[in-house]
Ligand binder design. Structure first.
Ligand SMILES: *Cc1c(COP(=O)(O)O)cnc(C)c1O
Length: 818
């Protein structure tokens, strides 16, 4: 078969100006992230500038073997001789045009899903429900953006008989572009909540924007609850199918009744009553289940058939989790979807981990409709080869049958049980392990063996939110201003290499830790970028130099000490100078600058990379005058130093809040700390920043209390009317301070805020859950994006910094990334 996408064809399609070093190249893959290359030969890299300047990654991409590039900056057209450059005005638009072309090659039903919540769940469930009847192409994970949608559409090929894509917009005007490239034949509207309301002037505007996606659709499936304010004639779709709990509708929900962990639903449909069982208990799953139900009926499935399929829905987890494993391993647990595209995504995540050199994949048989096993395992083998894995453990009869395809260290087992039986004799040590298997292999049994035993309280860290916060601040910076990211105190309690890894990828300029030990730990896990150490004790000088860490020198003693420590041959070792402009903690006083300079002028073993100072109240209007005074003082001092030193250095004084409140103080670099983790008291809540950390625990016991009973040490808690309490596994040793006792602290159970009762114990505390249907094992939120760290800080009269950094190291951190 003639290849469709030769580089020349693509150049013509995009009306690009070609600069071709190899005009016979054929393109199979589109790549937007230089790390995620599956098949470099057939990959076309788009230097997008939506989030980062993609042109900064051309070299990385080249080093990963990519030779084809779409760029918008003409100066790069001849960067590499053996490569192809397609120069276009707008790289994102080019990506979309190519996707649109691919979409238009196929005349299959295309289901498109939009809404504020539930898109990915509905998409994945429709996939589960329809996979028997179609060969389906769908958006990988939640690829629903201006960039994710084109990448999803690019996957469409001749083998597919149905497509399911999700589309999301964050501001007015974006949907038109997605509608033109997806061209849905069926439109499905999910829950319209408050999410992403920021980019719109009203909720009606938001709704109208979303509905643009379906302008050309044959069939539109929706709930009138979510289209309020619109006339029926304003709704898209030649045929409409509605579902509702309160309005007249094609599928009129009569009642929803919980039965154990399921929900039984009855509805009126075409003049009779029908039923279904949704195998979940939570509200969102029930609603998304009903949307899937409506879709099956609208597509013509018999109610009985629909019920049978819905009952088998399985929970999906849309994220990859990174956990601490046994014997210094890291475990990536991903056993919800077992197809090639999700395997590729998970392998990319595996490759982002630098903390262990060795990379192992534990993989079950995969099921990919429309492909022979031969072709499937051939493709998996080539994927694994490109990803440079060290070891494969294959589980299942099919993968074992194709053992010969894999040319790395391998071991095969016929079943999960066989692997588990053999577990005691296996060696897992200091490696990153991706555990990926189809549902029925129950790989959660394997991840349980591999992960460290935990205590049920976990802090989840959302690495996407962290990246997005970094982007937010970068967008507030003046051109050319550098970024130093503060990862001291275990990244404000949020982790270490996991966070540093993300920041290194995003090309932050510096990382800063408090102590040398923290810096050494980062170096040992593959962090190669510059790291500043704020408290470099003389006993750590040797390690600092050995690991190429850059000390902050803050007085004459430490300056002299470091210079005399350095061997004679050392030349221009990078150091940073801290100036005290009003904090009165560490730093050179104005009166010491003369002495400082006379030492620096003759010390060529060190080089001053930066000079900085710290603001004491940049978040608080009441201190603005003092802040200006600090900034001016700093500018004067750096002027003196620059004049005497004879070379230039980076000047920085702004911390998180100063970035937006004192843009003039951004100078050459800013130091972002708490803002990365989602807090900035200079900004109103929910404006631009995303919550990074969620602390969760579980209910271990539920008890009914009589009016005369008391709760906990010192008999401090009581329910005079009687009631119910739940014991949860978090106490002051985990960082949930004693001040939260006696009802001061609140937690969320099943969406309801409940107060503590009695004193907080060392490892546990009790909650008053009177009147709520709470069970052992229920999840309890200590803080998240709704019950925020700022709320907790207010409850006990402290600051978010302290709440975050107090969370004990014994609370497991789980990192995820969508
Ligand atoms: C911690 C720290 C910061 C970061 O402050 P945030 O308010 O968290 O942004 C900046 N500079 C220095 C010297 C710090 O110690």
């Amino acid at each position: 078969m003639e290849p469709i996408y030769t580089i020349q064809h693509i150049a013509a399609l995009l009306k690009a100006v070609p600069f071709l070093g190899n005009s016979s190249a054929v393109i199979d893959n589109l790549v937007i992230d230089s790390r995620t290359v599956i098949d470099p030969d057939g990959s076309l890299f788009f230097a997008l500038s939506a989030q980062r300047n993609g042109h900064e990654y051309l070299k990385d991409a080249y080093e990963h073997g990519i030779r084809n590039f779409v760029i918008s900056d003409k100066k790069y057209t001849t960067l590499f001789k053996d490569s192809n450059f397609l120069w276009v005005e707008n790289v994102q638009l080019a990506l979309q045009q190519l996707a649109k072309y691919n979409r238009e090659r196929f005349k299959i039903p295309v289901l498109a899903i939009t809404g504020s919540n539930g898109k990915t769940m509905v998409k994945e469930w429709l996939y589960q429900l329809l996979a028997n009847d179609y060969n389906i192409v769908r958006s990988p994970k939640s690829y629903n953006s201006q960039i994710g949608v084109p990448l999803s559409l690019w996957q469409m090929n001749e083998a597919h008989t149905l497509a399911i894509f999700e589309a999301g917009v964050s501001k007015n005007g974006e949907m038109q572009a997605l509608a033109e490239i997806i061209q849905p034949t069926v439109g499905i509207l999910t829950n319209i909540g408050e999410a992403h309301a920021e980019g719109f002037s009203s909720s009606k505007e938001k709704l109208l924007e979303k509905l643009k996606l379906f302008a050309g659709a044959e069939l539109f499936i929706y709930a009138p609850e979510y289209t309020q304010g619109l006339q029926e004639k304003d709704l898209p779709g030649k045929i409409k199918f509605s579902w509702s709990t309160s309005h007249h509708a094609d599928l009129k929900i009569l009642f929803v009744e919980p039965i154990d962990d399921k929900n039984y639903i009855r509805a009126a449909y075409k003049g009779s009553e029908i039923e279904c069982l949704i195998p979940f208990r939570d509200k969102a799953s029930v609603e998304n289940g009903i949307i899937c139900w409506a879709t099956l009926l609208a597509l013509g499935y018999h109610p009985e058939e629909a019920d049978q399929r819905l009952e088998k829905l399985t929970r999906i987890s849309m994220r990859l989790e990174l956990k601490t494993g046994i014997n210094q391993c890291s475990i990536i647990d991903d056993s919800y979807s077992a197809d090639i595209s999700s395997l590729a995504i998970a392998l990319d995540f595996l490759n982002l981990q630098n903390q262990q050199l060795k990379k192992t994949l534990i993989l079950s048989d995969l099921y990919e409709t429309g492909k022979s096993n031969d072709a499937l395992y051939e493709e998996i083998a080539s994927l694994i080869r490109q990803k440079h894995l060290n070891r494969l453990i294959g589980i299942g009869p099919s993968i074992s049958e194709f053992a010969r395809f894999f040319d790395l260290e391998t071991k095969f087992y016929s079943s999960t049980q066989a692997f588990i039986d053999d577990f005691p004799g296996q060696h897992f040590n200091n490696e990153t392990i991706l555990v990926k298997g189809a549902r029925k292999f129950e790989f959660e049994r394997i991840s349980k063996l591999l992960t460290q035993k935990i205590h049920d309280t976990v802090m989840e860290i959302d690495l996407n939110a962290l990246s997005s916060n970094l982007r937010f601040y970068k967008s507030k910076l003046r051109p050319g201003v550098k970024v130093m990211a503060m990862v001291k105190a275990f990244s404000y309690g949020s982790g270490s290499f996991e966070i540093a890894n993300v920041l290194q990828y995003h090309k932050v300029d510096y990382l800063t830790v408090a102590y040398a030990d923290e810096g050494i730990a980062l170096r040992k896990t593959g962090i190669t970028m510059p790291i500043m150490v704020m408290s470099p004790e003389p006993s750590a000088f040797e390690a600092i130099v050995k690991y190429k860490l850059e000390p902050e020198l803050y007085n004459l003693d430490i300056l002299k000490g470091f210079i005399s420590f350095l061997p004679d041959h050392e030349y221009e070792y990078p150091v940073h100078l801290k100036i005290d402009t009003g904090m009165h903690r560490l730093g050179f006083e104005e009166t010491e600058i003369g002495d400082l300079l006379s030492i620096l002028k003759v010390a060529d073993s060190i080089k001053v990379m930066s000079v900085f100072s710290h603001l004491v109240g940049s978040d608080d209007e009441q201190h603005d005058e003092f802040t200006h005074h600090q900034i001016n003082r700093f500018l004067n001092i750096t002027k003196t130093i620059a004049a005497e030193l004879g070379y230039s250095f980076i000047r920085h004084i702004a911390n998180t809040s100063a970035i937006t409140r004192f843009p003039d103080a951004q100078l050459d670099m800013v130091r972002i700390g708490i803002g990365l983790y989602g807090f900035d008291s200079a900004l109103s809540p929910h404006k631009g920043l995303h919550t990074v950390a969620t602390l969760k625990t579980t209910v271990t016991q539920v008890k009914n209390l009589n009016p005369t009973d008391t709760v906990g040490y010192g008999r401090k808690g009581a329910l005079p009317e009687g009631g119910t309490i739940a014991t949860v596994k978090i106490g002051y040793a985990d960082g949930y301070r004693r001040e939260f006792g006696q009802g001061v602290g609140k937690m969320l159970i099943r969406g309801k805020l409940v107060p503590t009762i009695g004193s907080i114990c060392m490892d546990m505390c009790m909650l008053d859950v009177t009147g709520l249907d709470v069970k052992i094992g229920d999840e309890v939120i200590v803080f998240n994006d709704q019950l925020t760290i700022s709320d907790l800080a207010k409850q006990i009269n402290t600051i978010p910094y302290e709440i975050l950094t107090n969370i004990s190291q014994r609370v497991k951190r789980i990192y995820f990334y969508e």
